[in-house]
Design a protein around this ligand. Structure first.
Ligand code: NAP
Length: 316
């Protein structure tokens, strides 16, 4: 029986979540892989489970620091930073935290689309700065309800977004690797260009990782056209960001609402000069309720592993 079977890895772990993990299992903590590598070999050899929270790559090199590792329990549904093939090759299981965050991420996608169409940030600023009496009403903005929406990736979160946008009287189109059962929504196979040319709003909800880089290509962005708005809550890498910036700067699309960026938390400063984009700091799942549910699911996976029970939400 190892004395400290759990490694809490990642400086982003909150004090509350760390205390809950430590109360459940004898633990060691490392802020990052440098701290992990500096740990003595005997301590590292005791670790059977990692509670991981980070957006930096976790590959075989990191895994090899932990010779008795059984599970990496990721905090978050997106595990594109964990090289699952490396884990599988070492007999290590990976888990994530699906479903519990769907509502919040979908809510944020809709909120960004509303904020973008209705120019809400500028409206708030006008009232707050006391400029309303001199400047008067905002320039008329854009109706959101009743447009056509295209969901790139009708997975768990994409589905929640589509359900919400359907309630806004929108016609729903989507891409996915397989056709889904829907209330008559239009399936475009995996053809994002076809999807973009059919809709006003393109909402991106596919997984990140090497297989989906630039799924929303320059061609797809052009196909969306000058009335088109892009919303991205997936990963920055799923859109050709340079092509999107070119199109925004040249007015070839109308706007964007973005929660995720290439190279975040650094954001390409070209975005800051654009009025018609709404920017958020990757806060899709960032409510008290959902972050607690994610932490509980991560802990359940760790506990299941350490007690030899089936994992709650395995990835591999
Ligand atoms: P999901 O249910 O697995 O759905 C993902 C979608 O991506 C599905 O439509 C799936 O296609 C598609 N897909 C998966 N692998 C693909 C591939 N290799 N090539 C093309 N399409 C592929 O995932 P989810 O729970 O909805 O989460 C989606 C993503 O949202 C996460 O991976 C994460 O990156 C992101 N996310 C962001 C935040 C935030 O804070 N902004 C929070 C949570 C999640 P099929 O339908 O054909 O399987």
């Amino acid at each position: 029986m190892s004395r400290t079977p759990l490694l809490i890895l990642g400086g982003g772990t909150t004090a509350e979540d760390r205390a809950r993990l430590e109360a459940a299992h004898a633990s060691v903590f490392a802020k990052d892989f440098d701290e992990l590598a500096a740990m003595d070999a005997e301590t590292r050899a005791q670790v059977r489970a990692v509670a991981y929270r980070g957006h930096y790559r976790f590959d075989g090199t990191g895994m090899d620091l932990l010779p008795n590792l059984e599970v990496i329990a990721n905090f978050g549904v997106g595990y594109d930073q964990i090289v699952v093939a490396d884990a599988t090759a070492r007999g290590v299981k990976v888990t994530n935290t699906p479903d519990v965050l769907n509502d919040d991420v979908a809510d944020l996608a809709v909120a960004m689309l509303l904020a973008q169409c209705r120019n809400m940030v500028e409206g708030d600023a006008r009232v707050r700065r006391g400029e309303w009496p001199q400047k008067g009403e905002l320039p008329l903005n854009r109706k959101m309800s009743g447009n056509k929406a295209g969901i790139v990736g009708l997975g768990r979160i994409g589905r929640e977004i589509a359900d919400r946008l359907a309630a806004f009287k929108m016609e729903i189109h989507y891409t996915s690797r397989s056709e889904k059962e829907t209330p008559g929504w239009t399936y475009h196979g995996n053809d994002v260009v076809s999807l973009a040319s059919a809709v006003d709003f393109l909402v991106v909800a596919i997984v990140g990782g090497p297989e989906t880089v630039n799924t929303v290509s320059r061609e797809a962005i052009d196909a969306l056209g000058p009335r088109g708005v892009i919303v991205n809550i997936s990963r920055g890498t799923t859109i050709d960001e340079d092509a999107m910036l070119d199109a925004l700067e040249q007015g070839r699309i109308a706007g964007a609402g973005l929660d995720v960026f290439v190279g975040e938390p650094k954001v390409n400063p070209r975005f800051f000069a654009l009025d018609q984009v709404h920017l958020q700091p990757h806060q899709g799942s960032g409510t008290v309720e959902t972050r607690r549910a994610m932490a509980m699911l991560q802990l359940e996976n760790v506990t299941a592993c350490l007690e030899g029970k089936p994992l709650k939400t395995p990835v591999n």
